[in-house]
Design a protein. Structure first.
Length: 218
């Protein structure tokens, strides 16, 4: 079974939108696509003092007919993905860029009558680590953009258990390079509305679009 990696580098990261010393909450929705699957997701996150994020993502994976596993065409895939991001460097008068380092654990859950009828189970998980550099540029009185470049590595494992057969286990590793642009609009109440188009080039080319809202907490 091919592992479908859900997006993480541009998910609910809240600290990327905030200055150091400012905490906040964020929520986002996303869609990503490559030739293996389309992934729909919602994320929530909290930033402590603008440098430490705690995130949780929920995703649904839609696989095209020609990529489905033979005999498991009714398989539905859901993913729960907790993660964290640490921003050791934040842009300032003396520091020209910001830096983030993070990790996301992805647990896959499957629904399939074919699996149930065979009394079989699929157990899949993945761990993604990423590092990114970014910088804020002001575009107008209430608007700005944060270009970001990232490197992402994912290791995943899948085990198929079926009565009468030896467990079948497979693993995969994927290294990718990503580019994203975090467009921001700040309203009079201090809320930040963000739109993030991004592309990641690894084993597959994945394009994603994320829309989110951040509530800062001074």
């Amino acid at each position: 079974m091919g592992l479908v990696v859900v997006p993480s580098a541009a998910s609910a990261q809240v600290s990327i939108w905030l200055q150091r010393g400012v905490s906040g909450f964020g929520a986002s929705g996303s869609i990503s696509y490559n030739n293996q699957a389309t992934v729909y997701g919602v994320d929530g996150g909290y930033s402590y003092q603008g440098f430490l994020d705690f995130d949780l993502g929920l995703y649904y994976v839609s696989v095209p007919n020609d990529k489905q596993i033979p005999g498991l065409e009714d398989l539905k895939t859901y993913v729960v993905a907790p993660g964290f991001q640490y921003h050791p460097l934040k842009q300032s008068k003396d520091i020209p860029i910001s830096l983030s380092i993070g990790a996301t654990f992805q647990k896959y859950f499957f629904q399939s009558d074919s699996l149930n009828n065979a009394d079989a189970t699929l157990d899949t998980w993945a761990l993604t680590v990423n590092v990114a550099v970014y910088r804020f540029f002001r575009l107008g009185e209430n608007t700005g953009v944060i270009p970001a470049a990232s490197a992402v590595f994912t290791h995943g494992e899948t085990t198929l258990t079926e009565p009468g057969f030896q467990d079948a286990t497979g693993s995969s590793d994927d290294f990718g390079l990503g580019l994203g642009a975090y467009f921001a609009y700040i309203d009079d109440g201090g809320r930040i509305y963000g739109l993030v188009p991004s592309v990641t080039i690894g084993d597959h080319v994945t394009v994603a679009l994320t829309f989110g809202v951040v509530w800062s907490k001074l």
